[in-house]
Design a protein around this ligand. Structure first.
Ligand code: SF4
Length: 312
């Protein structure tokens, strides 16, 4: 068989592959815009007249957040401003021109705040100790101040669904608290409203979008610090679950918006001390000896639960 006779078949194959890739990207684009729009709407993140400070680190998450917000800004029925802000922490090798060049090419108003937190952290934190705690506290304070100076009403951060679930587990495992990462909350200094428009977005989708859009990614290890080991371990655990039990992370994430305080143990959230039986049926009352449907096949001795745990 000659090359000439092979070519049409190969061309058709390449064309089909290209069409499939375009279709997938189209689906991804729709999903990202839908999820960001939904999160903004569900939590009333952006209101008419808002000026949103979009924190841009140069990583895949913040580039995607800005990209999607810019598109939604064009289509939204409300008017709001976006200003991209990057904090140049003077880490060795930080490529200063990358973000300004990108932002100019997109026509986005931006501000680069130059603060040498890198030297402060290196000076204050003993060699070998983790620098992330002090570094992020300094960064937070600077970004709050910049938001005020720029007259921004909201600060948008690029945390996504997997960050939120990971934080929940970190807080449970190492802090004995059921506390995640809120889609919208007033900042700890009480002066800013922080929003997370990527709250519903899965991390693998952000990776694919960043590749597709060819964002000029800035490496996140310039400071020389290792990523928090506990976070790395929890992420590995969740990724393993995701591979073995598709849908589990989605369910855990959904559960964060479906809390039943009477079935937890927090006396601040439910008045256990004062409850009395009234004789009237209670929705979500205790079903005593029955197992919850979600726990597996009910059985008299709880064998269903044991089998399920072993499978997991
Ligand atoms: S990884 Fe580096 S830049 Fe990031 S928070 Fe830690 S010390 Fe700061």
């Amino acid at each position: 068989m000659t090359i000439e006779t092979l070519s049409p078949a190969l061309d058709a194959e390449a064309l089909a592959a290209q069409k499939k890739a375009e279709h997938e990207i189209n689906k991804l684009s729709k999903r990202l815009h839908r999820q960001v729009g939904q999160a903004i709407s569900d939590f009333n993140m952006i209101e008419d007249g808002d000026k949103v400070m979009v924190c841009l680190s140069g990583g895949k998450d913040s580039y995607t957040m800005l990209d999607i917000l810019l598109n939604l800004q064009q289509r939204a029925p409300i008017r709001f401003e976006l200003v991209a802000v990057n904090l140049d922490q003077k880490q060795p090798g930080f490529p200063e021109d990358v973000l300004p060049n990108y932002l100019k090419s997109r026509g986005v108003p931006f501000h680069i705040e130059e603060q040498d937190t890198y030297s402060v952290v290196k000076r204050v934190v003993p060699e070998g100790k983790t620098t992330c705690g002090l570094c992020s506290r300094l960064r937070r304070g600077i970004l709050y101040r910049v938001a005020q100076e720029l007259g921004c009403s909201k600060i948008a951060l690029g945390h996504h669904r997997d960050d939120i679930v990971t934080t929940l587990f970190l807080n449970m495992f190492f802090g004995s608290r059921m506390k995640g990462m809120p889609p919208k909350l007033v900042s700890d200094d009480g002066k800013n409203v922080v929003i997370r428009p990527l709250a519903y977005v899965r991390e693998p989708d952000l990776v694919r979008w960043a590749e597709h859009r060819e964002f000029p990614i800035i490496p996140c290890n310039l400071c020389g610090s290792q990523e928090n080991l506990q976070r790395v371990q929890v992420k590995a655990m969740l990724n393993d679950w995701d591979r073995r039990f598709p849908g589990r992370i989605e369910n855990m994430f959904t559960a964060m918006g479906n809390i039943v305080p009477s079935h937890m143990m927090d006396k601040k959230l439910f008045p256990f001390e004062t409850i009395r039986a009234t004789g009237a049926p209670v929705a979500d009352g205790d079903i005593a000896f029955d197992e919850d449907e979600a726990c597996g096949t009910p059985s008299a001795n709880g064998a269903g639960s044991v089998i399920r745990l072993q499978q997991d």
